[in-house]
Write a protein that binds this ligand. Structure first.
Ligand SMILES: Cc1ncc(COP(=O)(O)O)c(C=O)c1O
Length: 384
């Protein structure tokens, strides 16, 4: 009774309701991403001298073209964003051989992911692996309108697509796969992912969160967007927050069947949550391959530095294709490690769920990654 009442109230709710729930979900999952440094925090970005490696941002952004476009667009901040929304939607659609009805934009991909979760909650529960970027989907649990069912974890921390497919029963309305996954950084074999999506989408909606797709070596091979063109019930979420280096400008998008887009747009998508400067930046850098190649190369270099340091210090890390790595601390506690690294002005993530000895570090600027690799032996010595 209680559940159906709050479900009804929520589904009657407004954008503000979704945003408030999303803010609550984010604040609990952002533990360890806020600075704990004893000095005044600047209004924008980390304090000088602090290596901010806790939120998978790309500090090489915004690109020069995006910066220029933002300056111009900010001067037109008096006007609503309808035309720039249409322009970006069209660019994204054309890039994938689709029409704009297949695309919706939001304030970061978080807005889209939350809308997808709330839409799914109307007809069932969400199925996911044990560990994935669940911040937005947890909105349905916070609102008591649905549940996230999780697969048991594998020792490898990989996603078991066969088990996932077998677990789709009548209670499941959406299955969610983050690919590459956060916080593991691991990528699913493209053919296996494609086959899974085709099969699973006959039973329920498939949500593929591809936030880190453009950081992989072959972004086109690693996306399931072409399956949407083929008519399958798949939602792909993408963002300008990662490779494009625009996390603070809040632009993300969903691609799905037009009727699904229409359903999800009831929950705060469309153009309401967007701003002129963010859109201008996204439009300016969407096809900036030179900038993206540059960022990918820097991220790769950073991953090599971290991998070498991890090995030198007797630890291991999962094979990441993204701008973060998941390090196995052995017997050590990831929260203690995080707190001690913060004392060295290196900000990283703390514990996820019951993964008490796993620690995630983002690939920031090389000088910041260097701070991490230098602090690593010192901190390990202190807490061992
Ligand atoms: C896998 C994944 N999806 C989505 C997001 C949300 O990012 P945004 O709302 O900035 O697009 C993140 C943020 O870290 C993420 O890691």
């Amino acid at each position: 009774m209680q559940k159906s009442l709050s479900r009804r109230l929520f589904l009657q709710g407004t954008t503000a309701t979704v945003s408030a729930a999303l803010a609550a979900a984010s604040s609990s999952s952002l533990a360890g991403t806020k600075p704990e440094i004893n000095r005044p925090t600047p209004l924008y970005g980390p304090p000088p001298g602090v290596a901010k490696l806790n939120a998978n941002e790309n500090p090489y952004g915004p690109s020069p073209a995006a910066l220029k476009a933002m300056m111009e667009a900010s001067q037109k901040g008096a006007y609503y964003v309808y035309d720039s929304v249409m322009r970006l939607k069209t660019m994204i659609a054309e890039r994938h051989g689709l029409t704009p009805e297949y695309v919706t934009l939001g304030s970061g991909s978080s807005a889209g992911l939350a809308a997808a979760a709330v839409t799914a909650a109307q007809t069932g529960n969400i199925l996911g692996p044990d560990l994935f970027w669940d911040t937005t989907s947890r909105v349905v649990e916070l609102q008591n309108i649905g549940e996230i069912k999780r697969l048991p974890k594998l020792e490898s921390l990989a996603i078991d697509l066969d088990a996932m497919y077998s677990a789709i029963d009548e209670s499941i309305s959406m299955v969610q796969v983050t690919n590459p996954n956060n916080p593991t950084g691991m990528l699913i074999d493209p053919l296996a992912m494609r086959n899974f999506c085709i099969k699973a989408s006959k039973k329920c909606t498939v949500l593929a969160d591809e936030a880190y797709n453009e950081l992989t070596d072959d972004s086109d091979a690693n996306t399931v967007i072409p399956l949407i063109k083929d008519g399958h019930d798949i939602i792909v979420a993408r963002t300008f927050s990662k490779i494009y280096g625009l996390a603070g400008m809040r632009v993300g998008y969903l691609i799905a069947q037009p009727e699904k887009i229409e359903q999800m747009e009831k929950y705060g998508l469309g153009w309401y949550g967007l701003n002129q400067a963010g859109l201008a930046a996204a439009i300016a850098c969407y096809e900036d391959h030179q900038f993206m190649d540059y960022c990918r190369a820097k991220v790769k270099e950073a991953r090599e530095m971290v991998a070498a340091a991890v090995k030198e210090n007797g630890l291991t890390a999962l094979p990441s294709v993204t701008n973060f790595m998941f390090v196995n601390l052995g017997a050590l506690n990831a929260e203690t490690f995080r707190a001690e690294m913060a004392k060295e002005n290196v900000l990283i993530r703390g514990i996820y769920r019951d993964y008490t000895n796993w620690s995630r570090v983002s690939m920031g600027r090389l000088e910041d990654v260097q701070k991490y690799t230098s602090a690593l032996p010192k901190v390990l010595h202190r807490i061992s």
